[in-house]
Design a protein around this ligand. Structure first.
Ligand SMILES: C[S@@+](CC[C@H](N)C(=O)[O-])C[C@H]1O[C@@H](n2cnc3c(N)ncnc32)[C@H](O)[C@@H]1O
Length: 242
């Protein structure tokens, strides 16, 4: 095949297999940070995984396709040895991390925290049976408490090589700002995914607190950020420490 034909072939749409197969399709390529210093992932293979495996399990709420892909791409490139997320809620994000880690053969410990049931929060589930039900029976460690306190304890106890922290708890500007600042203090190297970070003009009445907190934090520390675009809820990747 000529080089031109090979290049065209890469960009030609490839049909998905008819049947939905809920198992790994192939191992996506690993990207070596020395030769690929910018985050890069095998999005074709991961897209098949998202469509065939993740969507049948978790659907596209609260995480649309581009956010599911960003979560998987982040795992593919950074290969964290500890994942700590909050809040757990139904367990959709925890399940995404579990399935993606399995698919990518990443040895990692997954911890998910949510507030105790009697703590008032607009999004706290009152039905104990629904809390984390998507990870029932899976090796995901569930915690009750403030996610920030739990991650602080886990950082001390586990001393991870590279933790991934998923912020999806309280979405007030001050909360996300505080969470990011404390994470920077306690983790010399970290990968952070923050949720609900979509920006829209004030007339929309959207909560742009998380957007404001992540962009200010990235500017203050001169960090690169990668965000999904053009629609709610929005997810942003940040990382530091080389
Ligand atoms: C938008 S939901 C998270 C969705 C969830 N990640 C999923 O996949 O279904 C927000 C959750 O964060 C919890 N939460 C709020 N503040 C928190 C905190 N400081 N620590 C832990 N969880 C918190 C709420 O109780 C609620 O269950």
């Amino acid at each position: 095949m000529t080089m031109i034909k090979k290049i065209l072939n890469v960009f030609r749409p490839k049909p998905l297999a008819d049947s939905v197969v809920v198992k790994p399709i192939a191992n996506p390529r690993d990207f070596d940070a020395n030769t690929h210093p910018q985050p890069e992932a095998d999005k074709w293979t991961l897209s098949e995984f998202v469509v065939k495996t993740l969507v049948p399990i978790v659907g596209v709420h609260p995480y649309p396709l581009d956010e599911l892909l960003l979560m998987c791409s982040t795992l593919n490139y950074f290969r964290p040895d500890l994942i700590v997320e909050w809040g757990t809620h139904y367990g959709a994000s925890a399940r995404v991390f579990f399935e993606a880690a399995q698919f990518l053969s990443i040895k990692t410990e997954i911890h998910s925290a949510d507030l105790p049931l009697d703590v008032a929060h607009v999004e706290n589930l009152q039905d104990q049976n629904m809390r984390g039900h998507l990870v029932k029976g899976k090796p995901v460690h569930l915690h009750f408490g403030d996610g920030l306190v739990i991650v602080q304890n886990l950082m001390k106890e586990k001393q991870p090589r590279l933790p991934l922290i998923f912020l999806d708890g309280d979405h007030a500007y001050e909360t996300v700002q505080r969470e990011l600042n404390i994470l920077k203090e306690i983790a010399p190297r970290a990968v952070v995914l923050a949720h609900d970070t979509f920006y829209q003009k004030e007339s929309s009445n959207y909560n742009i607190g998380p957007y404001k907190a992540v962009t200010e934090f990235a500017t203050k520390h001169s960090l690169p950020i990668h965000s999904t675009v053009l629609g709610l809820p929005g997810m942003t990747l940040l990382y530091w420490g080389g």
